[in-house]
Design a protein around this ligand. Structure first.
Ligand SMILES: [Cu+2]
Length: 156
């Protein structure tokens, strides 16, 4: 009876030690896992910032929609959004959401710098034009067919 009780107490003690060790072990593994994850994360960050400086991004940026009915001077909207702010290296897409032909030409009808930065051809309904902005600045543009259609891209 006494021996049995002693064995039981010993067994319980061993059990407790084992579970204690196990808990310690799993905590250590967890901490190591976190450390590895943190290491990977900072590694990825370095990689992405390096990529930013060496290669320009090839993915498309925002899209400006040429609003339906834009050939009418009384249309509520022409370029939507009329003013777009992007960061350097962004490719902007203009999509003609109208049924008539439009153009996207840098500068303004009055400014005399028409098409020096970017110049689309005739964009028919449903078609697109793209330009990648590699320099910072404020870029006005308009439609040569309907000079009252004005837009602006601000590049930071
Ligand atoms: Cu137009």
């Amino acid at each position: 009876m006494t021996n049995k009780t002693l064995t039981l107490v010993l067994a319980l003690a061993i059990c407790e030690m084992m579970s204690g060790l196990l808990a310690m072990h799993s905590t250590a593994v967890f901490a190591m896992g976190n450390a590895t994850q943190a290491g990977n994360q900072s590694g990825n960050q370095n990689q992405s910032s390096a990529a930013k400086t060496s290669t320009p991004p090839t993915t498309s940026g925002p899209t400006v929609i040429i609003s339906p009915g834009s050939s009418s001077p009384s249309n509520a909207k022409f370029f939507d959004p009329p003013k777009l702010t992007v960061s350097k290296g962004t490719t902007v897409t203009w999509k003609n959401g109208d049924s008539t032909i439009h153009t996207v030409i840098s500068g303004s009808a009055q400014g005399g710098e028409s098409g020096t930065i970017f110049k689309s051809g005739y964009i028919t309904g449903g078609k697109t034009f793209q330009h990648t902005f590699s320099d910072a600045g404020t870029f006005d543009y308009y439609c040569t067919l309907h000079p009252y259609m004005k837009g602006q891209v601000v590049v930071n």
